[in-house]
Design a protein around this ligand. Structure first.
Ligand SMILES: *Cc1c(COP(=O)(O)O)cnc(C)c1O
Length: 482
């Protein structure tokens, strides 16, 4: 039969023919069965991939896309099956390269652990352990005792407890010490951290009642003093992690708040957020009190994260006087917030490194990235640049850019670390396309776009990542316009 003149390549007639030309699932599976490239891949995955690809092809034909019968032969579809199988086999949680220059990046996994900590985690996972078994007595032991001693030794605290994260630490301390009672906090410290941690909300959950005192910019000792009443259970200080109030400001010193607490028989707690064991001011950052200094100020309970400036695994560390920490340990919430053996292994390993405080700015990656001189970052950037100039030639404009890296993790918000980035502007396609392609690579590269350039800040790229970064960029820049 003749086709009517108005029926184009996607007319009903062709569409029907194309639909009928779609191969059967079983035929495709039989073809893939011969394939030597797919050893060990579960049959269910292969079948699901084939079904998905065939369903997409059907959708495309029904949507009026012209699909030549030749494109529907199994041989022609095989590369699509393979790529879908690869995609389905890829873990969802994947390694990426952090070119953002934000060192403690909550969206990108916060702290990177050193290999010694990873070995400890591997060991804990691959074998049985004395997690809750006392090797001295042969009886049941406490899982925390392993890190508790180290924490006390390093910080001067009397007692310690570790829970799942700092949000949990704040919640359990408030619940234990102030449920049904009032907690006095300065108005300037009602922090919200990204990812839905807000002091007023956590307070409400704990059953404690928030009493705000002072003004946003200034709070005095007498403000706390005047707010203390029958119902008061706790005086709370919160580190303004991710913002800073500047100008005409005043805060009450820990020592004064502690003296007030002692006088009135009230415990004082400080949520330090990103607690740090070493003074980072020699790397050009503002002087922040170390955890040791906060403990020495006499505060009764201190909490902070394990994976911010400490540079360890996700955890919430609680330090304090023996009698308060004992009460917190007995809270049934503690069982619900307990850390697992991997965290414990990683944390113990990190804490051991702090026994040599001179070396932690080399041994702990989070601190090393803060401490590394800009000259070293510059050399790293130049190394990448040289490789790219050889491999991509005119395909891309390549320059060095002066940038400012940041600590991140809600620590030291307005402080910058001088850094260097490699800036790329592809010749054949847009920077937005480059950004998107890099996100879809086997090892995705995350950077930022600024003034029509894609910037990769080299402070957060490890030396041993330069080669893989160069390969990835080369692949994308030489094939991205296809
Ligand atoms: C980061 C932070 C928290 C939350 O800690 P997580 O470990 O992320 O749960 C709580 N308080 C302050 C002040 C913080 O900076």
């Amino acid at each position: 039969m003749q086709q009517s003149p108005e029926s184009g390549p996607s007319s009903g007639f062709d569409r029907q023919q194309s639909l009928q030309a779609i191969p059967k699932v079983d035929e495709c599976l039989a073809a893939l069965d011969q394939d030597r490239d797919l050893p060990g891949i579960p049959g269910t995955v292969i079948k699901a991939a084939v079904r998905e690809v065939l369903a997409e092809v059907r959708q495309a034909i029904l949507g009026g896309e012209p699909v030549a019968p030749a494109a529907l032969r199994i041989g022609a579809l095989l590369p699509r099956f393979h790529s879908r199988i690869r995609q389905m086999q890829r873990p969802r949680l994947r390694r990426i390269i952090n070119g953002t220059g934000v060192i403690i990046h909550t969206n990108l996994g916060r702290s990177v652990l050193p290999s010694s900590a990873m070995e400890a985690i591997f060991e804990a996972g691959m074998h049985y352990s004395n997690l809750e078994f006392d090797l001295e007595t042969g009886r049941r032991g406490s899982r925390y005792s392993l890190v508790e001693e180290l924490l006390c030794e390093l910080t001067g605290a009397e007692s310690a407890l570790v829970v799942n994260n700092n949000a949990a630490a704040v919640l359990i301390v408030l619940e234990t010490l102030a449920r049904g009672r009032e907690v006095i906090v300065s108005r300037g410290q009602l922090v919200e951290i990204g990812g839905s941690f807000r002091i007023p909300d956590v307070m409400a959950r704990s059953g404690a009642r928030l009493v705000e005192v002072g003004a946003t910019n200034r709070t005095h000792l007498r403000d706390y003093e005047n707010a203390i009443g029958e119902e008061t259970g706790l005086l709370l200080k919160v580190h303004c992690s991710n913002y800073r109030i500047i100008g005409f400001t005043s805060e009450v010193a820990n020592e004064d708040l502690v003296a007030l607490g002692r006088k009135r028989g009230l415990p004082v707690m400080e949520d330090l957020g990103s607690g740090c064991f070493v003074d980072l001011s020699r790397f050009g950052l503002m002087k922040e009190p170390t955890v040791q200094e906060v403990v020495a100020s006499g505060v009764d309970v201190v909490t902070f994260s394990g994976d911010k400036l400490l540079g360890g695994p996700q955890a919430g560390i609680i330090l304090g006087s023996r009698n308060l920490v004992d009460r917190i340990k007995k809270n049934p919430l503690n069982r619900a917030m307990r850390i697992d053996k991997f965290t414990l292994a990683g944390l113990e390993s990190i804490l051991r490194l702090y026994r040599d405080p001179e070396k932690v700015t080399e041994t702990i990656p989070t601190l090393a990235m803060i401490a590394v001189p800009v000259a070293t970052v510059d050399r790293r950037a130049r190394r990448l640049l040289r490789r790219l100039r050889r491999s991509v030639g005119d395909g891309c404009s390549l320059t060095l850019a002066d940038t400012m890296a940041r600590v991140g993790g809600g620590a030291m918000p307005e402080q910058n670390l001088p850094s260097r980035a490699v800036a790329l502007t592809p010749a054949e396609f847009s920077v937005n396309r480059l950004e998107e392609l890099l996100r879809h690579e086997e090892i995705p590269v995350i950077g930022r776009i600024e003034e029509e350039r894609f910037l990769i800040d080299m402070r957060t790229v490890a030396d041993d990542e330069v080669a893989v970064l160069a390969d990835t960029l080369t692949r994308v820049l030489t094939t991205g316009h296809c």
